[in-house]
Design a protein. Structure first.
Length: 190
């Protein structure tokens, strides 16, 4: 898997207490267990969840489908993670990706960590020459990044307003979208 060396220090004075510094960096092999525990904790009490998000991340990693996998670190502790993987479009167009999941420790949510992760991941995706990215999630949250629900781009069995796209090329394909099989993983879900 091609991984770009990525290291960003973001002054989070508007978000984090005590003018803490947030480090956004590429996932390392030594982060895998911490990412898994973080993801379980982040989705423990989430309203819309299958409680398999940690399994999805692991399955994407095993299938070498984590195109972008970033962690947020504060005080030398991993406090957030974001993953982006390729999606398949029914019109056979390439270079489209899916953003998911985004995880932040429950006690750190609402401090801008998720926003910093998503923004950084999308910038990295653009640098790779991606045509666009899709996300299944709260439209009120993801619109701040430019995601919009389009009638031309569909995900089966999902209310249209929750499936959104962000085009880097300015064009929205007419197609149905399919996520990697890792998103169908089942197992030791909590």
């Amino acid at each position: 898997m091609l991984r770009l060396k990525l290291l960003f220090k973001i002054a989070m004075t508007d978000f984090m207490p005590n003018n803490a510094t947030l480090l956004i960096r590429a996932e390392q092999d030594t982060d895998i267990k911490a990412i898994e525990q973080l993801t379980i904790a982040a989705f423990q009490s989430a309203e819309h969840t299958s409680h398999t998000e940690h399994l999805i991340v692991n399955a994407l990693r095993q299938a070498e489908q984590l195109t972008v996998s970033l962690v947020a670190e504060s005080a030398q502790r991993i406090v957030g993670h974001v993953g982006i993987s390729p999606v398949t479009l029914s019109n056979n167009e390439n270079d489209w990706y899916g953003l998911a999941p985004v995880s932040v420790l429950p006690q750190m949510q609402g401090q801008g960590i998720g926003k910093a992760l998503v923004s950084t991941a999308l910038e990295q995706l653009k640098m790779r020459g991606a045509k666009g990215c899709v996300v299944l999630g709260d439209p009120n949250y993801y619109q701040q990044f430019g995601f919009i629900a389009y009638l031309e781009l569909l995900l089966a069995d999902v209310p249209a307003e929750y499936f959104q796209a962000l085009s880097f090329s300015g064009e929205i394909p007419t197609a149905s979208v399919q996520y990697h099989d890792a998103f169908n993983v089942t197992g030791d879900a909590i």
